[in-house]
Every structure is written in structure tokens, then in C-alpha cells.
Design a protein around this ligand. Structure first.
Ligand SMILES: C[S@@+](CC[C@H](N)C(=O)[O-])C[C@H]1O[C@@H](n2cnc3c(N)ncnc32)[C@H](O)[C@@H]1O
Length: 329
């Protein structure tokens, strides 16, 4: 598709496809809620980001690579255009999830999200599957899912900056690709939606005041027999233990429940998931999450106890993440 055909917030094909698949009522809800979210520009930032988006240089990629760590668009551009692109991309700071490479500009994001992808990609079949990614950030994983054969990826994230980053990336990586990021939360999933073959929730559960309600919503999103991929922070211990931080955890204000793996498995059984499998446990390293030129705020090295890297600055166990898969019933 030529770049001049690229439109901002162009979700019509998504709504049409969902309607054609029998989810017309939900498509209407998504359309209404998306319009509402995009018109409630609390701090005026969205207007600034949209203005920056319109200033992106009109250049088209010769080659797109979605199947590698740095999701990439390449093509011949002038030094002036590259400088203009870099300046405009930096207006969408902080870039947290990636990496991306656009016309030889390396967007070195806070997270090596590709490492998370490497840990899970062989445990989930995505070919011809319809995918929901709840809390998708800027949609990095959606591109990797398309490369793995997904027929449609719907990402939900309430943070408008990440929705805008996706709009920037979509412009060069494929305006017509079925990888969407909508400004919404898990609250938009109605009971018994039964729409998706695979639902991802990565890095979201511990932000929820009610993790069980989050798991119920994920279950509702899935077709019978559909697969959940769940990634979250965990602590060591048995099925009777869950850490609820007194205040901040790793300087984050909005962390509520860090279960043990047996506790998480119990929550999954109670919310009617079966075939629960633990596929990975990894302690987050300061190589995987760190400040960069594209995310200049504090990062993991600042969140750990300088005298003991196995603890957060508050004295809690340092971040360890588990990935589990489970089947919806
Ligand atoms: C730690 S990031 C994880 C991003 C990505 N899934 C990953 O694994 O790298 C958590 C994301 O969840 C989003 N989020 C927070 N509450 C949410 C909710 N109730 N529903 C959907 N997304 C939510 C945040 O805006 C943020 O982008």
C-alpha cells in the first residue's frame, strides 16, 4: 500500500472482519470505545503525537522483516530523511518494547522483548490463528505473531502513547497488515465472547487489583479449546503464598499480587483453565531491561538494591517472571 494511503487509527477492516466472523456486537463496542478513548485527550499529549505522526517522512520500505529480533523496515532514503525520521521518532519517547530497526535507525528499546519471544515461541501454534494480546504495549509481539502465521492480531492497551507508537510503526512496517492496537483494557472483553484461538496476557496480571477477574476475562475471550499464554512476575513458594507489596515494588506503584507458580496454577484451575503448563521461569536481568537512548528514564538497574541484586530497592525478591500456557474450556 502506498504511504499516502496510510491512515491514522484505521480500524475499519478489523471491525469488518470481526463482524463477518459473527462478532458484530463486539465490533460495535470496540468502535464506540475506541472513538471515546481517542477523544479524551486528558493532557493534550495525543494532539502533539498526532502532529508528530503527520510529520513522519513519506518513505516506503523495500523490505520488511518481522521474523527477527529487531523488527525491521529497510529501504533507500537520504541522510536528510533519516535525520528527520530519527528526530520525529524521538518525540514518541519512552520506547519501552522492541527492538525495531527503521531504515537503519536502531530503536534500542528499554526491553529486549525479543528475548521473551524466544522463550515462548516454540510453545504456541499461531498459524492461521486469531490472536488477542491484552496489554500489548506498542504491539511489538503482534509483528512477531504475524511472522509466525497469525491471521489477525488484536492488541489492547490503554496507554495512548503506545497506541501512537504502533501507528508510527504500522506506517512503515505495513499499513494494511492485520496487527491492530486499540486503546482499551481487559474490561472490554464481554462474558463468553469466545472469539480468539490464542490470548496473550504478558506483564499485566500483577497490575490488576483483581487478578482472578483478569483471568476470567482472558478465559471469556477464548474459544473453547483456545490457548492462553500468561506471563507474570512470580515469587518462590507453595500454593499458599502470594506477595502483596506494602507500597511500591521495584519503584512501581501499581503492583498488587505476585503469586508463586503453584498459586498461579490454582488461580488458573479456579477460572476453568485446563492443561496448565509452566514453560519458563527467568529472572529479569539488567541486560534485558535497562535505560537506553530511546528510554532515558530509570530502569531495572535503578530498581534493585545496589548492595544485593537479588532484592528490589524495597527489599522484596528481585523480578522473576514465569510463562505458563493453559487451555480454555
Ligand atoms: C509491563 S507492560 C507489558 C507489555 C507487553 N505485554 C510485554 O509483555 O512486554 C504492561 C502493559 O499493560 C497495559 N495495561 C495496564 N492495565 C491494563 C489492563 N487492565 N488491560 C490491558 N492492558 C493494561 C499497560 O499500559 C502496559 O502497556
Amino acid at each position: 500500500m502506498p504511504l499516502d494511503a496510510a491512515k491514522l487509527f484505521d480500524f475499519d477492516r478489523l471491525f469488518e472482519d470481526l463482524t463477518a466472523e459473527g462478532f458484530g456486537d463486539w465490533a460495535a463496542t470496540l468502535k464506540r470505545e475506541t472513538a471515546a478513548a481517542l477523544s479524551s485527550d486528558g493532557h493534550g499529549s495525543l494532539t502533539t503525537w498526532i502532529d508528530a505522526w503527520t510529520k513522519l517522512p513519506d518513505i516506503a520500505a523495500d523490505t520488511i522483516r518481522l521474523d527477527q529480533g529487531a523488527v525491521e523496515a529497510t529501504g533507500l532514503i537520504s541522510d536528510d530523511e533519516r535525520a528527520e525520521l530519527r528526530t520525529t521518532l524521538q518525540q514518541f519517547h519512552p520506547w519501552r518494547k522492541g527492538p525495531f530497526r527503521l531504515f537503519d535507525i536502531d530503536i534500542d528499546t528499554e526491553w529486549r522483548s525479543d528475548w521473551k519471544w524466544d522463550r515462548l515461541q516454540n510453545h504456541v501454534e499461531l498459524r492461521d490463528r486469531r490472536i488477542l494480546d491484552v496489554g500489548c504495549g506498542n504491539g511489538y509481539f503482534g509483528w512477531r505473531m504475524l511472522a509466525a502465521g497469525a491471521s489477525l492480531v488484536l492488541g489492547l492497551d490503554p496507554f495512548l502513547l503506545y497506541v501512537m507508537q504502533h501507528e508510527v510503526l504500522r506506517r512503515y512496517l505495513g499499513p494494511s497488515c492485520p496487527n491492530y492496537v486499540l486503546p482499551a483494557t481487559d474490561a472490554i472483553i464481554p462474558p463468553r465472547l469466545n472469539a480468539f484461538d490464542v490470548t496473550f496476557s504478558m506483564g499485566v496480571l500483577y497490575h490488576r487489583t483483581s487478578p482472578v477477574d483478569h483471568l476470567k476475562a482472558l478465559h471469556d475471550s477464548l474459544k473453547t479449546g483456545g490457548q492462553l499464554v500468561l506471563e507474570t512476575l512470580i515469587v518462590d513458594g507453595d500454593a499458599r503464598r502470594v506477595l502483596v507489596p506494602e507500597g511500591r515494588y521495584a519503584k512501581m506503584r501499581n503492583v498488587w499480587f505476585l503469586p508463586t507458580v503453584p498459586m498461579l496454577e490454582l488461580w488458573l484451575r479456579r477460572t476453568k483453565f485446563t492443561d496448565i503448563r509452566l514453560i519458563d521461569i527467568t529472572a529479569t536481568s539488567t541486560d534485558e531491561q535497562r535505560s537506553t537512548d530511546w528510554m532515558t528514564f530509570e530502569s531495572l538497574p535503578d530498581f534493585l538494591d545496589p548492595a544485593d541484586q537479588t532484592k528490589t530497592i524495597e527489599g522484596y525478591p528481585a523480578p522473576v517472571r514465569a510463562i505458563l500456557t493453559a487451555t480454555g474450556t
